[in-house]
Design a protein around this ligand. Sequence first.
Ligand SMILES: Nc1nc(=O)c2c([nH]1)NC[C@@H]1CN(c3ccc(C(=O)N[C@@H](CCC(=O)O)C(=O)O)cc3)C=[N+]21
Length: 318
Amino acid sequence: MSVAQLSTPETGVLRPSSGKALLIDGKRGSEEVLAEITEQVRGLDGLQPGLAVILVGADPASQVYVGAKGKAAKACGFHSVQHDLPAESTEAEILAVIQKLNADPKIHGILLQLPLPNGADATRIIESIAPEKDVDGLHPINSGLLAIGDIERALIPCTPAGSMILLQKAAAALNFKLQGAEAVVVGRSNLVGKPIAQLLLAQNATVTIAHSRTRDLPAVVRRADVLIAAVGRPEMIKGDWIKPGAIVIDVGINRVPATDPAAKSKTRLVGDVAFAESLDTAAAITPVPGGVGPMTIAMLMSNTLKAALRISGRKSGH
Ligand SMILES: Nc1nc(=O)c2c([nH]1)NC[C@@H]1CN(c3ccc(C(=O)N[C@@H](CCC(=O)O)C(=O)O)cc3)C=[N+]21
């Protein structure tokens, strides 16, 4: 469906004339961001942004994500290192690695892949990362800057930042105003739900954070002009919960058994939103895969570049 087919009434409630939602392409969005970063890095003469990723344990999914991050970093022309630590590592051992990276002038970004094995608490480890190298945006200094609305100074968590870029792309295509819109975030994690809510507030949306204890979740979701699904439960949000004309950003990445026995892979990826059911109701929706996931990696590169420019005393260009 072309953007021209959409009517955009003053109310900000959008009704696609053909009944099919606009797909927001995160793969393409991420390629655009990565190309821009690569171009900027070429012009930095002498400064090479450096990213260190720490992986504790050998969770296969985490290994895939960490591999993708290293690959993207190299493609952008970054210095990229990976520290693999055994699952049994003590907090002191992880802290020692972080101390070294904090002091390493070649490293501008440090990412501790989450979750830690055996449900270990990452709070103290994250707090040991130098805030100016905290490219995941999880240090209390960065979450504090975000909470007081100092978006320029904060390093913003990558998934929320990527989700906002996709939301802004959809809003621009649909001539939809975030200001004053009803936004519902389903999920309240420190990694995704809470920071996305802060970013939406900074855009003057009216924000509701719903979670597992929310009474009548379908009714709350039905109010959403903008719906952010970040619960981590496969296809939990049903098509008939979606308000007609809503913009839907699906942050969930859930691996479920493949339905097609002939499929090459025994599993497939689905989001937190029942995608097929939502296509006739939503004005725009992010697919899974190919939506927020690739943007997350692009934002990590963007944060690393931002950190490198700041640490080296150059302007960050925003
Ligand atoms: N400290 C920390 N920071 C993170 O940012 C972080 C983390 N820990 N732990 C795990 C999650 C997960 N994550 C993803 C990144 C890219 C895709 C991605 O590119 N996904 C592709 C598909 C990949 C596939 O096929 O498996 C897509 O959605 O199209 C997915 C997930 C970052 N995470």
